[in-house]
Design a binder for this molecule. Structure first.
Ligand code: ZN
Length: 89
């Protein structure tokens, strides 16, 4: 495993990806990445279809609808609506 330790997260939550990683994977600025929580780690991959919306709650891209500029999948939306009986704006 290749590792770059000691990267700091700035006040806006950003962390710089090492240039070695970006070159190795062919990532460049303006590319879109997907992030997944895997145990206590975060897995990142280049988004295959960056125009596809991704649910802010679960990361799925199927059946997403936009709500107040956030993409929410049908399953999570059902959970939100089912919780209170209605969507509150
Ligand atoms: Zn979802």
């Amino acid at each position: 495993m290749e590792a770059f330790a000691g990267r700091k997260i700035d006040e806006l939550g950003r962390v710089v990806l090492p240039v070695e990683f970006r070159k190795q994977y062919g990532w460049s600025e303006k590319d879109t990445v997907n992030m997944y929580r895997v145990g206590n780690s975060i897995l990142m991959e280049l988004a295959e279809h960056p125009q596809d919306p991704i649910c802010v709650f679960c990361g799925k891209s199927e059946s997403c609808a936009q709500f107040n500029a956030y993409d929410i999948c049908a399953g999570c939306l059902d959970g939100v609506v089912g919780h209170s009986g209605k969507v509150v704006q």
